[in-house]
Design a binder for this molecule. Structure first.
Ligand SMILES: Cc1ncc(COP(=O)(O)O)c(C=O)c1O
Length: 305
């Protein structure tokens, strides 16, 4: 995978060339996954660069660390400025992905992580187009189950948690599918490795509730708001595996995936293998919003220049 990293990275309060942002191999996070990250997108609409729901991402960023008592050394405003300054310093005039993260630094081999554990914070960015084919992707129900809150908090975006996503992705790709769908510990639908999932049945939207170990995705929240605004019925509830195959339409939502249709699950075509009308409506609405073409949602955008 090409990784055209922008020239400068924001590291512990300073903008430095990428090769200057370094940590020792004894860094705690490398050994134990004690890192927290966010994934944010910014969209270039030929006039300006707009960061999507920046404040909401920063809020989740801070909250993720609280589950583990890992401290973020910077205020929300400082992180917000870091994101904006990073885009400006790199003169980014293309749609891009922005990755803020913080992690435990030199802390020996100690499991007893407290507020005293030293942390580093960084933000980098790179130009980013579509993650998936927007004409629809294939998915398989994974043999790997989503971890539950009884193992690690599902609402914390911790580096270590993503080993579960990596296993599910490896399994799906190895079987020739584009993406995995994970069931929760009880066998209900949870989410994809890095996306939430929505089903459409009889013109009603359904998404697994957060109690099915799904992340409280910011795109998921946006879809729920839009559904209400569009007067479409939307329900958050347990979703059985069987319902997936009986759905009229299915789509994924996520910062990286945006709105991506699923047109086949295992051997079963969804919506005759085509992008469904409701999915298309959400794809178009979302795309207009992020490009600042819908002023009803311009409060979701932070302008860079
Ligand atoms: C496990 C998981 N689920 C869902 C999502 C989608 O969340 P968001 O819409 O906030 O990007 C992500 C991405 O952050 C994720 O990592």
């Amino acid at each position: 995978m090409k990784f055209p990293l922008s020239k400068y990275i924001w590291f512990d309060g300073k903008l430095v060339p990428v090769n200057m942002a370094k940590v020792p191999v004894t860094t705690h996070a490398i050994h134990y996954g004690t890192s927290i990250f966010e994934g944010i997108r910014a969209y270039w609409n030929s006039k300006n660069l707009h960061v999507f729901r920046l404040k909401d991402h920063i809020k989740r960023f801070r909250n993720s660390g609280k589950f583990y008592n890992i401290k973020l050394n910077f205020s929300d405003k400082q992180i917000e400025n870091a994101v904006i300054d990073l885009c400006k310093k790199n003169k980014i005039k293309k749609s891009c992905y922005i990755r803020p993260f913080y992690f435990v630094g030199q802390y020996g081999i100690n499991f007893h992580v407290t507020q005293k554990a030293p942390t580093h914070t960084a933000v980098f960015a790179f130009p980013f187009g579509d993650l998936f084919n927007k004409n629809g992707i294939t998915a398989t129900i994974s043999k790997w189950r989503k971890f539950s809150d009884m193992s690690t908090p599902t609402q914390a975006k911790m580096g270590g948690n993503y080993l579960n996503s990596i296993l599910a992705t490896q399994d799906a790709k190895q079987k020739g599918f584009d993406e995995a769908i994970l069931l929760d510990q009880s066998g209900n639908v949870s989410e994809a490795p890095g996306e939430n999932i929505f089903l459409v049945k009889n013109n009603e939207l359904i998404t697994p509730s957060l109690s099915s170990s799904a992340l409280d995705g910011i795109t998921r929240r946006s879809v729920i708001t839009l559904a209400n605004d569009l007067n479409l019925k939307i329900r958050e509830r347990k979703v059985s595996k069987k319902e997936l195959k009986l759905a009229d339409e299915i789509f994924l939502s996520g910062t990286a995936a945006e709105i991506t249709p699923i047109i086949k699950i295992d051997k079963k075509k969804i919506c005759s293998g085509k992008v469904g009308n409701i999915t298309k409506l959400f794809m178009d609405t979302y795309s207009d919003i992020v490009m600042n073409k819908n002023e009803n949602y311009s409060h979701w955008l932070t302008t860079v220049y």
